[in-house]
Design a protein around this ligand. Structure first.
Ligand SMILES: *[C@@H]1O[C@H](CO)[C@@H](O)[C@H](O)[C@H]1NC(C)=O
Ligand SMILES: *[C@@H]1O[C@H](CO)[C@@H](O)[C@H](O)[C@H]1NC(C)=O
Ligand SMILES: *[C@@H]1O[C@H](CO)[C@@H](O)[C@H](O)[C@H]1NC(C)=O
Ligand SMILES: *[C@@H]1O[C@H](CO)[C@@H](O)[C@H](O)[C@H]1NC(C)=O
Length: 209
């Protein structure tokens, strides 16, 4: 696509621009697409809780709030997972919103996790199939501890799940029609590590690159 020289120039410009010295460049880049940028104007109005409350033992809770002062602005996901021996249960929030992410290869989330456990899941749905019995497409990630950092979630690694269990099917995520995006703290019923108790994930932004 680019000549070697152009790529080198591109890298230099990119290096310069990410260091805040210079923002002008006339080389066209594949643009990032922000799904949510809580550091700017996005708020948490579109997000609703989706936790394990459909079951009697489901007593987990999640809330998603904007955190703002004069110096910064971000969103915080608070979760409390009701302890269960087998790790059943989840606490999450999601936004029903349509995105066409064609041309991008992954999601990035800039965040920090604090709490006893730091395992989270990004949950995507597509084509308006936003509820069961349709599958969700999920990917696990560890919230960075202590410092904010970017976690990369390649679209190819979002796999089909049904009620937290991996399903064997050949349906792949259609990134041209993403219609629901969610974040969960999971109990880990099908995972080696079981999680319980309180956790937080502070989020600056979620974008596709
Ligand atoms: C890129 O920008 C430089 C300086 O701003 C200009 O001299 C040059 O002609 C531009 N190149 C293209 C391909 O637009
Ligand atoms: C998504 O965007 C691509 C590239 O712009 C376009 O070709 C495609 O038709 C769009 N798909 C939908 C479902 O909007
Ligand atoms: C989605 O769920 C509906 C029932 O609500 C079902 O009829 C449909 O076949 C499902 N679609 C897919 C692609 O699984
Ligand atoms: C997916 O599997 C179904 C049933 O096994 C089959 O009919 C369909 O052609 C497959 N689709 C793809 C894209 O492989």
């Amino acid at each position: 696509m680019f000549s070697l020289k152009a790529v080198v120039i591109f890298q230099i410009l990119f290096f310069i621009s990410t260091n805040g010295i210079c923002y002008s460049s006339n080389i066209s880049l594949p643009e990032e697409q922000y799904l949510f940028d809580f550091t700017k104007s996005d708020n948490v109005e579109n997000w609703q809780e989706q936790s394990d409350t459909v079951r009697d033992v489901g007593m987990s809770k999640a809330v998603f709030v904007l955190h703002q002062n004069t110096a910064y602005r971000r969103a915080i996901f608070f979760a409390l997972l009701n302890p269960q021996l087998n790790g059943a249960g989840f606490a999450g929030v999601r936004a029903i919103k349509t995105y066409n992410l064609t041309g991008h290869t992954k999601l990035q989330i800039q965040c920090r996790g604090q709490g006893q456990y730091n395992g989270f899941k990004m949950v995507l749905r597509h084509k308006g199939l936003n509820d069961e019995p349709n599958y969700s497409f999920e990917q696990y990630f560890q919230g960075p501890k202590d410092e904010f950092a970017v976690r990369n979630l390649p679209f190819s690694e979002f796999k089909a799940y049904y009620r937290g269990k991996r399903v064997n099917n050949n349906e792949t995520l259609d990134i041209s029609q993403i219609t629901s995006i969610g974040i969960q703290m999971y109990g880990g019923v099908y995972q080696p590590i079981k999680q319980k108790g309180p956790a937080t994930l502070e989020i600056d932004w979620i974008r596709a690159v």
